[in-house]
Ligand binder design. Structure first.
Ligand code: NAP
Ligand code: GCO
Length: 267
């Protein structure tokens, strides 16, 4: 048996939401390397055009769409358009996400709802649109991009932690409800990854020193570094491939060990 064939995504159609850059683009590039046809959406035409150029420069012939993942009718239309233009979706990565770092007592209910809408309601909406096609095909892979905040809280990220905690349980519920149709739904929980989303946490201070949070995270991570989006490529291909057909409802933390580590005693 050639075990490496079980990691192939040849002939598969993948939709990665929010893959105009960052983690989503890295995962899409990994899937393309493994043989998948890449579809992605983002929230603006500018992002879509820039992303298509980046994919092309990387040798990936991606299909890009502008679609707000919070808009159920637009999502249903996107899935139908992809079916028409590319094929029925075999692999879905619910990656699109936002964060608002605001102390809870200062956060408006509108801001709280917006984060929940993108980070939790949208994965429900997109999964609901994609699962019927997976059932018809007799297989499917759904990967929800969770977070360390699916397990831990911290100051200023109440909405995000609530959303990502809910996304962990939505992952387990899709596993429970659709596992019998040969659909595996798992999560990836990235640690702290150097993307535009975390750029504010890594900004140099006026005196040129590293951001205190940057120093904190590196000290708290056994790998002693921030993660790179590329660190997620292998785990994502594993969860999207036949190699993980008996893995279901699992959140795979790709965090350099941070969740396992209590932290170094202050000197
Ligand atoms: P990012 O660089 O901010 O990218 C977010 C992506 O989501 C962009 O492509 C953006 O599209 C898209 N998006 C946002 N709202 C959307 C909407 N309503 N409809 C469609 N697309 C939308 O974020 P990232 O760091 O790559 O993170 C990607 C995912 O990983 C997120 O779910 C995030 O919560 C999660 N995560 C990140 C980290 C980290 O440390 N970076 C760690 C754990 C989990 P536009 O380009 O059009 O704005
Ligand atoms: C934050 C960060 C984190 C990361 C990630 C960690 O402000 O704490 O943005 O939330 O994005 O989710 O796994």
């Amino acid at each position: 048996m050639d075990i490496m064939k079980s990691f192939s995504l040849e002939g598969k159609v993948a939709l990665i939401t929010g893959a105009s850059h960052g983690i989503g683009m890295a995962i899409a590039n990994a899937f393309a390397s493994a043989g998948a046809t890449i579809c992605f959406n983002c929230s603006s035409e500018g992002s879509r055009v820039r992303a298509l150029e980046a994919y092309k420069a990387n040798g990936v012939d991606a299909h890009g769409y502008v679609c707000d993942v919070c808009d159920e009718e637009a999502v249903k239309a996107l899935v139908a358009q992809i079916k028409e233009e590319v094929g029925v979706i075999d692999i879905l990565v619910n990656n699109a996400g936002i964060i608002k770092r605001i102390p809870m007592l200062d956060m408006s209910a509108e801001d709280f709802r917006k984060v929940i809408d993108v980070d939790l309601n949208a994965p429900f909406i997109v999964s609901k649109a994609v699962i019927p096609g997976m059932i018809e095909k007799g297989h499917g892979k759904i990967i929800n991009i969770c977070s360390m905040m699916s397990e831990l809280g911290r100051e200023t990220v109440s909405a995000y932690a609530a959303a990502k905690g809910g996304l962990k349980m939505l992952t387990r519920n899709i596993c429970s409800e659709y596992g019998e149709y040969n659909i595996q739904c798992n999560g990836i929980g990235p640690g702290y990854i150097a993307t535009s989303q975390t750029a504010p946490l890594r900004e140099r201070q006026p005196d040129g020193s590293r951001h205190p949070f940057d120093q904190f995270i590196v000290a708290k991570t056994p790998a002693a570094r921030w993660g790179e989006a590329e660190d997620l490529m292998g785990p994502a291909v594993f969860l999207a491939s036949d190699a993980s057909n008996f893995v279901n409802g699992h959140i795979l933390y790709v965090d350099g060990g941070i969740l396992a580590y209590i932290g170094k005693q202050p000197t």
